[in-house]
Design a protein around this ligand. Structure first.
Ligand code: C2E
Ligand code: CA
Ligand code: CA
Ligand code: CA
Length: 272
């Protein structure tokens, strides 16, 4: 019957869930409009796996709603996309980071990377450039290097215009990382054509490294591709010593995960 005009029968659980989504979505619209102080940013450090030095950090948005509590970005980012509010969400993120600038400036930036997550569909939005250019300038002024992370699944659908925009950012010294690498469908030819500097190996592979031969081989293969294309690799979601040792043996460059640091507010971090 799929594709025909037909009705769907929702189970009670499903209909509760969709009601909840609906309310959450309305709450998100309202909060982005009038309650931006419900949003905050946390940072997760990245380390050089060869010497353990801190080489950068990823900014992650948080939303604390008075009624719904702490809502995961896995939930509210897609809702913002659906409601055409992803630009407002990125504005919120940028505002939060700007409020932390004095702390960022006090710690040693010196070439460390500050990454933000950007939705692929936002790239061609003219407002994004106007928002990010002055922001990236500020980031550079305090000695950090700006980086954009884009999820791999969306990369294949990027238009020419999008790619050109990304190339523009690259020319201006912004590094580009492919997030959740290994979960999408990048062809090698395509990877080569993208103005990419970094591959972030998705945590599903990292977490089974060592225990699953298949996942270990996938990580090795990603490292080989990166070497051939002269890209840097960040392994995300490292939770155990064993995973870290394995990644070090495979000569993975950088790592990020609960083992080394959980995402936290900047005031609680040591940036020296
Ligand atoms: P992501 O970009 O893949 O971010 C990594 C996620 O993994 C983060 O979840 C982080 O807290 C979590 N993580 C880090 N280390 C570990 C670990 O060792 N184990 C486990 N199990 N998890 C770990 P978070 O903060 O909930 O963010 C989820 C996703 O939401 C992000 O995935 C990203 O796609 C999106 N997101 C977060 N902040 C923003 C934002 O400001 N803008 C946009 N567009 N998306 C965002
Ligand atoms: Ca990311
Ligand atoms: Ca990721
Ligand atoms: Ca993810």
């Amino acid at each position: 019957l799929a594709g025909r005009a037909c009705y769907r029968i929702y189970s009670p659980a499903e209909s509760l869930r969709s009601q909840h989504q609906q309310r959450l979505s309305e709450a998100l619209l309202a909060s982005l409009k009038v309650a931006r102080d419900e949003f905050s940013v946390v940072y997760q450090s990245q380390y050089d796996l060869s010497d353990g030095s801190m080489v950068g950090m990823e900014a992650l948005l948080r939303w604390q709603h008075p009624l719904y509590g702490s809502v995961s970005p896995e939930e509210f980012v897609p809702l913002a996309e659906q409601r055409g509010q992803i630009h407002e969400l990125t504005e919120c993120l940028v505002d939060c980071i700007i409020q932390d600038m004095h702390l960022l400036a006090a710690g040693k930036g010196q070439g460390r990377r500050l990454s933000i997550n950007i939705s692929a569909r936002q790239i061609v939005d003219g407002r994004l450039e106007k928002l990010l250019e002055p922001f990236f300038e500020k980031v550079r002024q305090i000695g950090w290097n700006p980086e954009i992370e884009i999820t791999e699944t969306h990369l294949m659908n990027l238009s020419r215009r999008c790619l050109d925009k990304l190339r523009d950012y690259g020319c201006k010294g912004v590094t580009l990382a492919i997030d959740d690498f290994g979960t999408g469908y990048s062809s090698l030819a395509y990877l080569h054509a993208l103005p990419v500097n970094v591959l972030k190996i998705d945590r599903q592979f990292v977490q089974r490294i060592g225990s699953s031969g298949r996942d270990t081989r996938i990580v090795s293969a990603i490292l080989a591709i990166a070497e051939a294309l002269d890209l840097e690799v960040v392994a995300e979601g490292i939770e155990t010593e064993a995973q870290m040792r394995m990644l070090q043996e495979l000569k993975c460059h950088r790592g990020q995960g609960y083992l080394m640091a959980r995402p936290s507010p900047l005031e609680q971090m040591h940036l020296d």
